[in-house]
Design a protein around this ligand. Structure first.
Ligand code: HEC
Ligand code: HEC
Length: 348
C-alpha cells in the first residue's frame, strides 16, 4: 500500500518543473495545513508522519489519489499538523521542539497514562552520571585524533580516486554494488538488482538518483546536502571546513564502545552528530537530521571494519538506518588512484 501512493506522489513531482523553488500548495492539489512548506519537504514530512504513528501511507490516503480527503484519519492528521505547528509557535518560540513523535512515539494512539508499579521492589533511581575527572579533550583534540587514526593528512592526500566493490545487504537480499569516489567530493554508487542498475550520485555540487530505464531525478536540497557529506573523500580533512562550529557534546556509547561526541550545524548543511571511539579515535557513527515542518527525520550511519588502504584507514562496512529502511554495504575490493573520469558523476 505504501508504494502506489508514493509512486503517484513522485510522478506528481516529476511533472512539476518549478518544484525546487515552489511551496507545497503550488505543486500539490489539496494543501491547507502545510501551506508555505517548501514543496520538496512534503514527502519527507509524510514519511516522518508515517514513522511517528507507525502506520502506512494508506492509513490516511486512498490509493492513487493522495489529494482526496475521504479517510477520517487524514482529517484528524490535518488538525494535528495545525496543533503541532501552533504548539511550537506559541510555546517554543517557533523552534521545532514538539513533533508528531513527541506524543505518538511510533503509535497511533499516544499513551496518556503512566504505568502502575509492577512489583514491590523499591523504585529504581537512576545513578547520576559520573562527573568526568581530569582535563577533557576539546573538539579540536577529537578531530586531531581522528585525523591521526585514519593515517594523517599526508597519507590521505596521496589517494585521489577510489573504486570500491562489494555487496549491499537489504531486507535479507544481497546484491553487488560498486562505488566510484573522487577527491574532494564526487561519488557515485551503482547497485545491480537483476538487470537494473540503481544509482545514487553527487557530482561535486548536486546530488541525483536514477535507475535503468527511468529518467534520473535531481535530489531535493536536503537530500543533496546529505549526499554531499557522504561524498567527502577524506572527511577527516574536510570536517573543520564543512562545520567550522563543531562543538563537543556529552560522551556516549555506541554498541558498548565509549565515544567522544561532536555536534555540528552550518548553513545549508544537515545538523550532524559524530561519534568517535575514545580509544582508537575512529569515527564509528554519524547521525544527521533532515528538517520537515512536523519534525526532524534521522539518518544514522555506523562505520565498521576499518582497514588499511595505501596508508589511509577506511571503513569496509557501513550500515545506514532510517525510520523506514536500513541497509549494509560490505566492501570486498578496493582500488586506489585508478583514473576516473568526471563524466562518471554527471546526471545523464
Ligand atoms: C496520518 C495521516 C497521513 C499519513 C500516514 C500520510 N499522509 Fe499524506 N497527507 C496527510 C494530510 C493531512 C495531508 C494534507 C496536508 C495539508 O493539508 O497541508 C497529506 C497530503 C499528502 C500529499 C499531497 C496530496 C495533494 O495533492 O494535495 C501527498 C502526495 C501525500 N500526502 C503523500 C503521502 C505519502 C507518500 C505517505 C506515506 C509515506 C503519506 N502521505 C502518509 C496525511 C497523511
Ligand atoms: C501533544 C501531543 C500530540 C502531538 C504533538 C500529536 N498528536 Fe496526534 N494525537 C494525540 C492524541 C492525544 C490523540 C488521540 C489518541 C487516541 O485516539 O487514542 C491523537 C490522535 C491522532 C490521530 C488519530 C488516530 C486514530 O486512530 O484515530 C492521528 C491521525 C494523529 N494523531 C496524527 C498526528 C500527526 C500527523 C501529528 C504531527 C503533525 C500528531 N498527531 C501530533 C496527541 C498528539
Amino acid at each position: 500500500m505504501y508504494r502506489p501512493i508514493l509512486i503517484a506522489a513522485l510522478a506528481a513531482l516529476a511533472a512539476a518543473p518549478i518544484f525546487a523553488q515552489s511551496n507545497a500548495e503550488q505543486v500539490y492539489k489539496n494543501i491547507t495545513a502545510l501551506k508555505g512548506t517548501p514543496a520538496d519537504q512534503l514527502i519527507p514530512a509524510m514519511q516522518f508522519i508515517s514513522a511517528s504513528l507507525g502506520v502506512e501511507c494508506s492509513a490516511c490516503h486512498v490509493q492513487g489519489n493522495p489529494a482526496a480527503d475521504d479517510k477520517p484519519m487524514k482529517k484528524t492528521a490535518r488538525s494535528m499538523i495545525e496543533m503541532t505547528l501552533a504548539l511550537n509557535k506559541d510555546h517554543f518560540g517557533g523552534r521545532l521542539q514538539v513533533s508528531c513523535n513527541t506524543c505518538h512515539n511510533g503509535h497511533e494512539h499516544p499513551n496518556a497514562i503512566p504505568p502502575v508499579l509492577e512489583s514491590d521492589a523499591p523504585m529504581k533511581k537512576e545513578a547520576p552520571a559520573a562527573r568526568p575527572s581530569g582535563p577533557q579533550p576539546t573538539a579540536d583534540d577529537v578531530l586531531q585524533k581522528y585525523l591521526a587514526a585514519v593515517g594523517g593528512a599526508d597519507a590521505l592526500k596521496k589517494t585521489t580516486t577510489r573504486i570500491e566493490k562489494g555487496v549491499i545487504l537489504a531486507g535479507g537480499m544481497e546484491s553487488p554494488i560498486e562505488l566510484y569516489l573522487k577527491a574532494p567530493n564526487k561519488r557515485i554508487s551503482i547497485s545491480k538488482m537483476g538487470n537494473s542498475d540503481s544509482m545514487t550520485a553527487f557530482d561535486g555540487t548536486k546530488g541525483w538518483m536514477g535507475s535503468t530505464g527511468r529518467p534520473a531525478r535531481e535530489m531535493s536540497e536536503a537530500e543533496s546536502a546529505a549526499a554531499g557529506l557522504d561524498a567527502q573523500f577524506a572527511l577527516a580533512l574536510s570536517l573543520k571546513e564543512l562545520y567550522p562550529q563543531l562543538r563537543r557534546g556529552r560522551p556516549d556509547t555506541v554498541n558498548g564502545v565509549e565515544c567522544e561526541v561532536l555536534q555540528g550545524t552550518a548553513p545549508g548543511k544537515p545538523l550532524v552528530r559524530l561519534y568517535f571511539d575514545k580509544q582508537s579515535g575512529l569515527l564509528v557513527r554519524m547521525q544527521r537530521y533532515a528538517d520537515t515542518p512536523v519534525g526532524r527525520t534521522p539518518t544514522q550511519i555506523d562505520y565498521a571494519d576499518y582497514r588499511d588502504s595505501d596508508g589511509a584507514k577506511i571503513p569496509y562496512r557501513w550500515t545506514l538506518s532510517r525510520p523506514n529502511g536500513r541497509f549494509t554495504i560490505q566492501i570486498k575490493e578496493v582500488q586506489n588512484n585508478a583514473p576516473v573520469d568526471d563524466a562518471k558523476f554527471s546526471k545523464p
